[in-house]
Design a protein. Structure first.
Length: 260
């Protein structure tokens, strides 16, 4: 049984409104240490808003949440314990890849010697060593994405919030990303993973939550969710997702993402 002390992400009635529009409504979550939580939903479901609340970038309208034991309204308490990869990673084109990562290490007050060693290991893992001293403005989208992931986990946070981490990656790099996420979870880092690529979630997630129109409409282990599909136990995660959301636009969105 998971106890309160084992939980790294907790939300109770978390809500975000923008005027008359409700982006996220009454979200309850309890995610333990070392878990990979797959966060699915059609475009506009509220996934990014949720991640921005957990990472202190957006204040909730109502409800409460804690990340690594810290209230999300206390940015100084939360940020040392989290890494965040947004869809558009904050990197500087005029820097080299190595300089960008050294800059982030400095912001995190990491000891220079250990930071240098970790940067080298991660650059090698993501096949960026040969290009580490080139300016980022010469990088492809996939290379920029790799730098974004490395800087999100460089300080070995308790929780990594990853928004579309395989975006722009070729199949080999996407496999490296999947393996890295699995390794981080094995090291007891909690991964909050938002993606349209259902195969990534099916491979990695311990638990999946489906957000639709701002509400958590389903949650469970991948096999449990797949069994909800009309096709029964042999149903795919895509079948389950589409049945749970019952949204034609979701079908179009997820199908186009899977083909990329």
């Amino acid at each position: 049984m998971t106890t309160g002390t084992d939980l790294v992400i907790e939300a109770d009635g978390l809500t975000k409104q923008y005027g008359e529009e409700t982006a996220v409504a009454d979200l309850d979550l309890a995610i333990p240490r070392g878990a990979v939580y797959g966060f699915l939903g059609p475009n506009g479901a509220g996934k990014t808003t949720t991640m921005r609340m957990f990472t202190t970038l957006t204040k909730p309208t109502a409800g409460s949440a804690r990340v690594a034991g810290a209230d999300i309204t206390d940015r100084n308490a939360v940020t040392p314990h989290i890494g965040y990869l947004p869809e558009d990673p904050p990197i500087y084109d005029e820097l080299t890849g190595r300089e960008q990562l050294e800059y982030v290490a400095g912001l995190r007050d990491l000891p220079p010697e250990s930071a240098t060693a970790r940067i080298e290991r991660l650059l090698e893992r993501f096949d960026l060593l040969e290009d580490a001293d080139k300016r980022i403005d010469a990088y492809s989208k996939g290379m920029r994405q790799k730098v974004g992931v490395i800087q999100a986990v460089l300080h070995e946070p308790a929780v990594a919030f990853l928004d579309e981490p395989t975006s722009g990656l070729d199949p080999r790099a996407a496999r490296t990303m999947r393996d890295t996420i699995a390794d981080l979870a094995d090291q007891e880092m909690t991964i909050f993973l938002s993606t349209h690529i259902l195969s990534v979630v099916d491979d990695l997630a311990d638990t999946i939550g489906v957000l639709h129109e701002g509400r958590l409409v389903a949650e469970g282990e991948p096999e449990a969710l797949k069994s909800r599909a009309e096709t029964g136990e042999s149903g795919s995660l895509e079948d389950a997702f589409l049945e749970i959301t019952q949204d034609g636009s979701a079908r179009e969105s997820m199908a186009s993402s899977e083909q990329r």
